[in-house]
Design a protein around this ligand. Structure first.
Ligand SMILES: Nc1ncnc2c1ncn2[C@@H]1O[C@H](COP(=O)(O)OP(=O)(O)O)[C@@H](O)[C@H]1O
Ligand SMILES: C=C(OP(=O)(O)O)C(=O)O
Ligand SMILES: [K+]
Ligand SMILES: [Mg+2]
Length: 561
């Protein structure tokens, strides 16, 4: 990059009835040509011009999630929830009305877990979410979560659970046992090398220790175990084995992160047009890079975001690299807690959240947030404290697993996440935690660096001026993301040209994504947006809005006329 940047700050007069000055040239930020930058500040803007004859200004030109719209009107800008919510869809929530109830309750992303169910089942769910979006005006994104090469039990003939008692002898086998003629207390294991990898004396942990066995004998493909910690065995429960207090990582640790079944599921996800693919048991950045080039190859121009799940002990030494190449990260505390000592899980969560914020990637905190609500209508106090902690750490999103997939109270669990988020976000705003000074520059080019600084400044300005909202016109979502990274006090209205970018932005903290066709003419974009939003009572005269765009590098402060 050569040449220097000229930065002119033009301060419009207080009562100017001119629209803030907008540079006539409208270069896009990625064009590597030095250009003057205008920061136009104006407190008062003239009444909007009437649209040219024949130009339709109605609500159809602007699409926003119906629930967010209602929330904005009800609670006002500042009380709009910033923390996003991912809900796992399972047998308890797979019907259209059930998914709709979750969407109404504030679900931003619907997750399907390819560990369970058939592809047909998942296809129906994904299509129902799409239908809901189209027919009822939601913008719920879909996340497909891969099974990964974890070792797990079979589906227990589809019974909900089975009890293993203290001292009981169970057989774990790699034989394909015919379901009806299966001997009692026999479990099939999905990993062929299982019987060879385990040794007599190893501890076998089901779901990270919900039930524990000790291996007492090996007979060919059968591993005979005695139950030492009794409990409930759930279908397809995860298995880890431990020797002398350490996780055994023999050939089982060499299994590919993306199995052959996962590749078929990924093809399925691409065909169904999911918004995110979450990759289980990521160990290094390589697998994410491979998957990304595979997707670009199969579906050029695809917007699918790749979420790296941090749940393997091996991922911890490569965290920064993994986060850097992914489009987002999930702290998958369930399996993570089965691979590292439980008391280390909170510090990994904290570290991942911090790193993601630095590297400008969204982060989801997942698993057991409200585990007791699978059975009970209210959470434990400890669960509320855990959710509060994740919200206080300003994670982008919280996730429900069993609570929404198969629990008794999916909507109540969602309501708890919503109310705790609102409460903690309010506390943080009141405590004035806000500071961007510790955020590193993430951009690799000078022009991107300028966008980044503009976003940092915008957020600081919005907080200082107590702006009602930040507006961002974003073609790729990048500028919106850089604003979200600053975690400003006011909501960020992100206008994106496609519904797929709109849905992807739905995972990011504080962003209220709209779909809007906008041009390179910022004046007309603003005129149109104000009219459309006012017509829907989503903004009102006198609201202070700070406007940025990736169409051109400028910041404007505008009072809605
Ligand atoms: N598609 C599905 N079909 C049947 N059961 C499911 C499905 N998705 C989720 N579940 C149930 O919900 C539970 C929680 O989901 P999740 O946390 O995603 O999986 P896991 O427990 O395997 O980590 C699962 O253990 C399973 O019992
Ligand atoms: C979210 C997780 O992954 P899954 O539910 O697919 O096991 C987890 O392990 O916490
Ligand atoms: K999974
Ligand atoms: Mg997991």
């Amino acid at each position: 990059m050569s040449g220097s940047f000229r930065c002119s700050i033009s301060l419009s007069p207080l009562h100017s009835n001119e629209f803030p000055r907008i540079p006539v040239t409208k270069p896009r930020i990625h064009v590597p040509v030095p250009k003057p930058m205008t920061v136009a500040l104006s407190k008062v803007v003239s009444p909007l011009r009437v649209a040219a004859p024949g130009v339709m200004i109605d609500a159809v030109g602007l699409e926003v999630d119906r629930v967010t719209e209602a929330e904005l009107k009800e609670n006002g800008f500042r009380s709009t929830r910033k923390t996003k919510i991912v809900c796992t869809i399972g047998p308890r929530t797979c019907e259209f009305e059930e998914i709709e109830a979750l969407a109404v309750g504030g679900m931003n992303v619907a997750r399907v877990n390819m560990c369970h169910g058939t592809r047909e089942w998942h296809r129906d769910v994904i299509r129902r979410v799409r239908q809901l979006n189209e027919e009822k005006g939601f913008a719920v994104a879909v996340m497909m979560d891969t099974e990964g090469s974890e070792i797990h039990m079979d589906d227990l003939n589809d019974v909900e659970s089975t009890k293993a008692n203290d001292g009981q002898i169970w057989t774990f086998t790699v034989r394909a046992v015919d379901q009806p003629s299966r001997p009692e207390r026999t479990i099939t294991v999905n990993y062929d090398g299982f019987a060879e990898d385990v040794k007599v004396g190893d501890e076998l942990l089901v779901d990270g220790g919900m039930v524990t066995f000790v291996v007492i004998e090996k007979i060919g493909p059968d591993v005979i175990c005695r139950c030492t910690d009794p409990g409930l065995l759930l279908p397809r429960a995860n298995l880890t084995f431990w020797r002398n207090g350490s996780l055994v990582r023999e050939r089982n640790a060499m299994l590919p992160t993306i199995s052959s079944k996962d590749w078929l599921d990924i093809d399925f996800g691409i065909e169904e047009g999911v918004d995110f693919i979450a990759v289980s048991f990521v160990k290094s950045a390589e697998v994410i890079k491979t998957l990304k080039s595979y997707i670009i190859d199969r579906s050029p121009g695809s917007q699918i975001g790749i979420i790296a799940k941090i749940e393997s002990i091996d991922s911890l030494k490569n965290l920064e690299e993994i986060i850097q190449v992914s489009d987002g990260t999930m702290v998958a505390r369930g399996d993570l807690g089965a691979q590292i000592p439980l008391e280390q899980v909170p510090s990994v969560q904290h570290e991942v959240i911090q790193l993601c914020r630095q590297l400008n990637k969204p982060v989801i905190v997942a698993s057991q947030l409200l585990e007791s609500m699978i059975e009970y209508p209210i959470p434990t106090r400890a669960e509320v404290a855990d959710v509060s902690e994740a919200v206080g750490q300003q994670a982008d999103a919280l996730m429900l697993s069993s609570e929404s997939a198969m629990g008794q109270y999916p909507e109540k669990a969602l309501a708890v996440l919503r109310s705790v988020s609102l409460r903690i976000e309010k506390c943080r705003r009141e405590e004035k935690h806000w500071d961007v000074t510790d955020l590193h520059i993430v951009s690799s080019s000078k022009l991107d660096e300028i966008s980044e600084e503009i976003c940092n400044t915008t957020s600081r300005m919005a907080n200082k001026l107590k702006a009602d909202a930040i507006f961002v016109y974003t073609k790729t979502g990048q500028t919106a993301s850089l604003l979200s990274r600053n975690r400003p006090d006011c909501p960020i209205f992100a206008f994106a040209p496609s519904t797929s970018i709109q849905r992807c932005l739905n995972l990011k903290w504080g962003l209220i994504p709209f779909r809007l066709d906008f041009s390179d003419d910022m004046e007309s974009n603003l005129n149109r947006t104000f009219s459309l939003l006012k017509a829907r009572a989503m903004i009102k005269s006198g609201d202070l809005i700070i406007v940025v765009s990736d169409v051109m590098q400028s910041i404007q402060a505008i009072k809605v006329p």
